[in-house]
Write a protein that binds this ligand. Sequence first.
Ligand SMILES: [Zn+2]
Length: 277
Amino acid sequence: MSVQHATLTRREALFVLGGTAAAAALGVASCQARAAADPTASSPHLGSSLADSPLNPGAAASAANQATSLSLHAPALTLEDLPWNLRLINGEHPLPDNFEAPELKSFADGAHAVDKRIYQSLQAMLKAARKANRHPVVCSSFRTRAKQRELYRARVQQCKDEGLTGKKAREEAAFWVARPGCSEHEAGLAVDLVDESYQELDKKQEKAKAQKWLMKHCADYGFILRYPTDKSDITNIGYEPWHYRYVGAEYARAITDSGLCFEEWLETYLANGEGRG
Ligand SMILES: [Zn+2]
């Protein structure tokens, strides 16, 4: 991540120096920056419209597409200018300490919840999978900071039990469980999905029928497989053939088709200004 991060940071610095005035002149950065800084601040398109149309599953994807289409044409100059659905959350770009959880929507069974702006896209994806006789199961969704901390500490302890000490144990743990503040689950933008018939979180998950279907179709519903097998040196997270991140349908397709991981794609997107490198 260090090389990637250094590059991003350089670009950010350049854009901060040269991009802010231009963005302000175009009058587009301020509202996007607010949305990125506070994903709980629902945009007029993505907040209310989803909640108001529970009987129209297509409306969510349509509203999200509309909004992302609009933002595709706006210059994205820094990470802070990105819309809420492209917010980068990783070890180098943690959520702030005072981060407030987005408005959530719980599943019918009450066992899970996600940012309400992604709820209908997620449900549409799960429904389509079931229609294709595939059976993905949500095993993790929104997490509080406290829950993330608990998971991370448990993993650190596991690493210590396996003989690692101090910094090494913490680094190894963070490769598999994001540090508190660094997880997309805390923003309600990610879900872990496993096959009903194989629910282990390991590499074999990629072979499961439901998982193969998800990998092939998730972009149609605005999701990307966030931690691909060959990108761990950039994401700093181990291969997770179950963690899906919502970015919106148009971005998801562009990212998937690019073959880049989210960090790489964002760098290209920022470098090109108008995105879509
Ligand atoms: Zn996950």
